[in-house]
Design a protein around this ligand. Structure first.
Ligand code: PEP
Ligand code: MG
Length: 586
């Protein structure tokens, strides 16, 4: 039966409109397709299954030890049933029997066995049993994920265009949407600067996050409209609504076409001040997109996905190859490679990261690199090698004090010495900068500026840490205020400190792509804005439409205001006054 039109709301994080049937994945379930094997493969499949079980048990034990340490033995005991399941004869032996007798792949056989258990528990209509079925489901996900490797396809390819509806996506899973047929995305999880949000913007997939109960509210195959600009998900639209959105989509495309003329133009203000406009990227394949949108290089190459996509740490050779290729495709412009920023929501198991109750305040980024210098040096050596014949700079993330900067620079020097002693060619000198994304670094920017060649302000984290608001948590997203005066003052202090020391200061957080902020940032003296490539033409257009002296007085006024809402209202008014109407998306 045809269902009625419904509108669900969330936060629009990647603009544009997409219209297609829904493809629903419940509870981040891993979809697997039945796979037969022949007799010669039985032993290998059983061996693969045993390895996945061992790995799953080890992971659970590690998580349990972490929980015990931080939250006590009683909390850790919660994981006991799952650990026991990993040696449960009814699960393990039975799966092996199904592989051998039914000639099924390890994934298919295990799924069959564990799903039978889940069904039996769910049928029991007893809350204790229902709870137990959650353990079974967790174990199912974990073992299947391990069987399929770290890059397991939670997101499998679809043959026709669909809207993906799911509760939660990890960055490594979002990467699977690249070159896939999903044209839009609706998620239950939230956060405008979460990595899902950032990546969908680069991929130009309209996306709405923070939609409560989205996987239950939509049926598989129902027509869905994603309005990523206004944060709406319209389900089973009436003919009238559908026509309205088809028109809107055409108007948005028209606006995009109009802005495209700025791609190849220089980003110079009316009075001739040049602001570099660069692109952010995280998958090597995105270099082409960055170039196509007219970026003057890459202001932020996030390298975490190299570490979260595979089961092995990426090698020096492999990395050097990737960095060289990206740099070559953007030459003569420079690319800034940020050393791995693993941790937070970019979890990687290959470094054996322990379970942490506060991952955003924990073992993350440069902290991991300095604790595991060998891993960081592998990346630094790769960068130094690639920088020999290419325009490459290094940037360190999550710097919280000057000691970290000094130590990180020492590691660069040590890497150079190592390469020299091995006779491997490398760059003589490499420009080195840091992300200013922790308030302590912004407050100490004057001192740190003496140690580096440039700063790049990471507003995504700077806002999170200044205001103590988790950037991925929908419940507190109203408190995630990028224009809070406390944040603005830290940005201004960082830019001033850089200039005092004669170094340049860029900004590569999502604020760089927010047209509301552009004039204010020009007025504060920012030298470079690095952003998701599709926004580059618009931001270039804005830069070309303002006088930096007017922008300066606007920035001064922003810094005098006391409330986030006052700054936003003031900037919206000024933007309307100074910019042509076609710059605004209605
Ligand atoms: C930032 O924090 O603003 C930033 C650019 O880094 P990431 O979003 O990768 O944390
Ligand atoms: Mg950051």
């Amino acid at each position: 039966m045809e269902r009625e039109e419904r509108t669900l709301t969330g936060v629009g994080v990647s603009e544009g409109i997409a219209i297609a049937p829904a493809f629903i994945i419940e509870h981040g379930e891993i979809a697997i397709e039945a796979e037969n094997i022949d007799e010669s493969q039985i032993d290998d499949e059983i061996e693969r299954f045993r390895r996945a079980v061992t790995k799953s048990r080890d992971q659970l034990l590690r998580i349990q030890a972490g929980v015990a340490k931080t939250m006590g033995d009683a909390s850790a005991a919660i994981l006991e049933p799952q650990i026991m399941l990993m040696s449960d004869v009814a699960v393990v032996d039975e799966t092996e029997a199904v592989i051998a007798n039914n000639l099924l792949s390890a994934e298919t056989a295990f799924d069959k066995v564990i799903s039978r258990g889940i069904e039996a528990l769910e049928a029991a209509e007893n809350s204790l049993m229902a709870e137990r079925s959650n353990d079974f489901m967790d174990v199912r996900r974990r073992v299947l994920a391990n069987l399929m490797g770290m890059s397991h396809h939670i997101i499998r390819d679809v043959s026709d265009e669909h809207i993906l509806v799911i509760q939660h996506l990890a960055p490594s899973e979002t990467a699977q949407l690249f070159h896939n047929k999903f044209v839009g995305l609706a998620l239950e999880m939230g956060g405008t600067t979460s990595h899902v949000a950032i990546m969908t913007r680069t991929m130009e997939i309209p996306c709405v996050l923070g939609v409560d109960g989205v996987t239950e509210a939509i049926d598989n195959g129902e027509t869905v409209i994603i309005d990523g600009t206004n944060g709406k998900v319209v389900v089973s639209p009436s003919d009238e609504t559908l026509a309205e959105y088809v028109n809107k989509k055409a108007a948005q495309l028209e606006r995009k076409r109009n802005l495209a003329k700025f791609k190849g133009q220089k980003a110079r203000t009316l009075d001739g001040k040049h602001i570099s406009v660069a692109g952010n990227m995280e998958l090597p394949g995105e270099a082409e997109t960055v170039a196509n949108y007219g970026a003057e290089g890459v202001g932020l190459f996030r390298t975490e996905l190299l570490y979260t996509r595979t089961t092995n740490l990426p090698g020096e050779e492999e990395q050097a190859e990737i960095y060289s290729e990206v740099a070559r495709s953007l030459a003569p412009n420079s690319i800034i490679i940020r050393t791995f920023d693993i941790g937070g929501d970019k979890f990687s198991e290959i470094l054996g990261a322990p379970f942490e109750p506060n991952p955003f305040l924990g073992w993350r980024a440069i902290r991991i690199g300095l604790d595991r210098p060998r891993v960081l040096k592998t990346q630094l050596r790769a960068i130094l090698r690639a920088a020999k014949d290419n325009n490459i700079k290094i940037m360190f993330p999550m710097i919280s004090n000057i000691d970290e900067v000094i130590r990180a620079k020492e590691l660069i020097e040590e890497s150079k010495t190592e390469l020299d002693s091995e006779g491997i060619p490398r760059a003589e000198r490499i420009e080195t900068g840091i992300m200013v994304e922790i308030p302590s670094a912004a407050l100490m920017a004057r001192e740190i500026a003496g140690e580096v060649d440039f700063f790049s302000i990471g507003t995504n984290d700077l806002v999170q840490y200044t205001l103590a608001v988790d950037r991925g948590n929908q419940r507190v997203s109203h408190l995630y205020q990028s224009f809070n005066p406390a944040v603005l003052r830290l940005i201004k202090a960082t830019i001033d400190a850089a200039h005092l020391h004669g170094i340049w200061c860029g900004l590569c957080g999502e604020m760089a792509a927010d047209p509301t902020a552009t004039i204010m940032l020009i007025g504060m003296g920012i030298d470079e804005l690095s952003m998701n490539p599709p926004t580059i033409p618009l931001i270039k257009g804005i830069i070309r439409a303002v006088d930096s002296r007017v922008a300066h007085s606007i920035a001064e006024e922003c810094l005098r205001l006391t409330k986030h809402s006052q700054v936003v209202d003031f900037l919206n008014r000024k933007n309307r006054e100074l910019l042509p109407p076609e710059f605004f998306d209605e």
